[in-house]
Design a protein around this ligand. Structure first.
Ligand code: FCB
Length: 449
């Protein structure tokens, strides 16, 4: 079994999760600084202020990527480093940091895969309405133009947004993520304006892609249709098929009147993309029922019914083994998502832009022995091979994450890295999974046990 020539072997991070240096070189505050600084929002009051100190240690980190043999590094650009107040001219020091990072990657033969927006909206833009406000889409386009102008000579693999579903529905409906609002109508508007911002930015960045978090949805047919609609098709259909799905519009009728969708928006959103990034962690199992009861009964509010405004759905499980996030391990679901895209949507090159698992790693004198993570990655890489053999145009895989980092509302309590980070000393300790992944890359996809 082998992967196609030129298959990208990568790992991913995101600015707020790894950089730290939250007040350095003119960076402005983002919604995640505000949210994590608000008591009760993030596990143990953790914030991204120091994180994995990637801002200062990026050279060491790039050398580590080269040791692993990575051919691509997916990272995100912090909008509040480029426009500290969300508008106006670029902060040169912010651009310079990414120029240095990109140059270091290129020197090591690692292709830079920057994402423009991985959830760190400048706080001032939230103060003037955030993503539920249409203007934010235009501000995002301005920011994209600044970054493209400064770094476009060295980057050809732009991604506009990471997981707009999370920005919209965890940020504005369930409130589990920044900015922590609980307003379903605002969340649906946010989703549209994120997509509009994506389209406006994509038009300025030739070949740019978009990353979505996609899930197979199992369970009772009507509940599964609704959750698939809001989770997957609300984003896939306007980007790849030119319009919102009729059943999803009907499902949301009680939540919004859709007056925020203007003539011409769907043409912008449908701007052709160079690739689609797929983030995959687990599958959903749903049934019909009242959301509140569901949350109480399942004990798993995260990504649960509160993030699906107005939908009579509850989330359950299939009893599969879970990761430290409580997410069921279902590698077959990745093959399912990829083949579905291949069969049901117009052809577009696909990349798995995130896949990985948190486990409760422990450092022993002999290292970090994360066999559970190796098994997770091996299962999901096999699913990629299966998809490729079934004809899917899959061109790369990025493990989440290069190193342990700030896992949003879970703070530093969840470790997803191939590399362990000892936050007290900022020492990096490659886990067994890092060595295993390096061997897979060296052999171009042959997986030892
Ligand atoms: C995804 C996010 C990423 C990381 C993983 C575990 O939803 O894009 O930043 O937190 O989940």
């Amino acid at each position: 079994m082998s992967f196609p020539d030129g298959f990208v072997w990568g790992a991913a991070t995101a600015a707020y999760q790894v950089e730290g240096a939250a007040r350095t070189d003119g960076r402005g505050p983002s919604i995640w600084d505000t949210f994590s600084g608000t008591p009760g929002k993030v596990h143990a009051g953790h914030t991204g202020e120091f994180a994995a100190d990637h801002y200062r240690r990026f050279r060491e980190d790039v050398a580590m990527m080269a040791d692993l043999g990575l051919t691509g590094y997916r990272f995100s650009i912090a909008w509040p480093r480029i426009q500290p107040g969300g508008t106006g001219p670029a902060n040169q020091a912010g651009l310079d940091f990414y120029a240095r990072l990109i140059d270091a990657l290129l020197e090591h033969g690692i292709e830079p895969w920057p994402t423009l927006y991985h959830w760190d909206l400048p706080q001032s833009l939230e103060d003037s309405g955030g993503w539920p406000a249409r203007d934010t889409a235009y501000r995002f386009a301005d920011y994209a133009a600044l970054v493209a102008g400064a770094l476009g000579d060295r980057v050809s693999r732009w991604t506009t947004l990471n997981e707009p579903w999370c920005s919209a529905f965890l940020g504005y409906a369930s409130g589990e993520h920044a900015p922590g609002r609980a307003d379903g109508e605002a969340a649906v508007r946010a989703a549209h304006h994120l997509l509009l911002g994506h389209g406006l930015a994509a038009a300025q960045l030739p070949g740019a892609g978009l990353t979505l978090n996609l899930y197979p949805v199992h369970g009772e047919p009507d509940a599964a249709r609704r959750v698939d609609g809001l989770q997957n098709r609300l984003f896939l259909d306007p980007v790849l098929r030119g319009g919102y799905p009729a059943d999803v519009l009907a499902d949301l009728a009680a939540v919004t009147d859709f007056r925020h969708v203007r003539d011409g928006d769907l043409a912008v959103i449908g701007t052709p993309i160079g690739f689609l990034g797929v983030n995959y962690y687990t599958a959903h199992t749903v049934s019909s029922g009242t959301p509140d009861a569901a949350i109480a009964a399942s004990g798993v509010p995260s990504s649960g019914a509160a993030a699906f405004p107005g939908q009579p759905v509850r989330f359950g499980s299939r009893g599969l083994p879970v990761t430290d996030m409580g997410w069921e391990i279902d590698p077959g679901g990745l093959a399912e998502v990829l083949t579905r895209l291949h069969k049901e949507y117009p052809a577009v090159p696909l990349y798995v832009t995130e896949n990985g698992a948190a486990f409760a790693d422990e450092v022993a004198a002999s290292g970090v022995h994360d066999d559970d993570r190796i098994a997770y990655l091996a299962g999901h890489l096999s699913a990629c091979q299966q998809a490729i053999e079934a004809g899917v145009d899959l061109r790369g895989y990025f493990a989440w994450s290069l190193m342990d980092n700030f896992e949003w509302s879970f703070g530093y309590s969840k470790r997803f890295g191939l590399v362990y980070v000892d936050y007290a000393s900022q020492r990096r300790i490659p886990k067994d999974s890092a060595r295993w992944y390096a061997a897979v890359i060296r052999s171009r996809g042959v997986m030892a046990g």
